[in-house]
Design a protein. Sequence first.
Length: 317
Amino acid sequence: MTAVTETAADAAAGGAEPLRPVGRAAVVLRRFVSNRGALAGGTILLLLFLLAFAGPLISHWDYSHIDYTSLREGPGARHWWGTNRIGQDVFAQTVRGLQKSLLIGLLVAFFSTVLASLVGACAGYFGGWPDRILMFGVDLLLVFPAFLIIAIISPRLRGGGWFAFVGLLAVFGWMITARVVRSMTLSLKEREFVRAARYMGVGPFRVIWRHILPNVASFLIIDATIAVGGAVMSETALSYFGFGVQAPDVSLGTLIASTTGAAVTYPWMFFFPAGLLIVFVLAVNLVGDGLRDALDPTSGRGRSTARTAVQSEETDR
């Protein structure tokens, strides 16, 4: 369904002109904005992005600068979030780490979603030996212990910087999504509009691009949103163990790893990066839930119906 026509009964009753058909994007946006949790999550994400990319511009300190006169100094007018054990500004380091973690999360989610959509759609649409070969590759990657492989390979790719790390995370983060896209494609390719396009001589890749992928876009958008949080958590875990972002650069994972021992004695070193990580993941989950309800309103209705049924059953008891 490419457009949604809203009812205009109230407007007609008041003598107003009937409402015009509203595009699906506008309807989805209105549903998303009307969801308080999703709106709060989106607002928090926007503020985090502003903090990550505008924070270095308003700070008087660079993340690599050292103030030898302020070692382990608490938050104050000179250093807003205090300093670490060697005199580096915690605010400058944290916003730099947040910036790096957000970039890694966005890029990993983008590349993994694109790869999953292409592999899953091609496997489901063509079937036969292309499907078997592509799904064999997917199953093979699912068997491999991703964390262990990334930990072994990442030290050998340090010359490529953090972008090589993004590639590693993306390679091992798309297989489940690809299998779901394949299942959806198997159903979609038997629909009348896809069969009509094939009978009209439309090429297979054009059919996939114009008819298959737009009909799985709702799932891909939701999955990509959640994948951002998952990628940031994976980057944090790997960086915590020394396999992710390398010094002198920083990420939330490296900051948390280097300040874990000072969490009790010098809490500002640990709780600012850890707190931003928790807030970010919660905000991403809220946005993901809001997008799911906005793109598929039956999901919210289903939960509401189930909740009503449970309440009615308890009342009968």
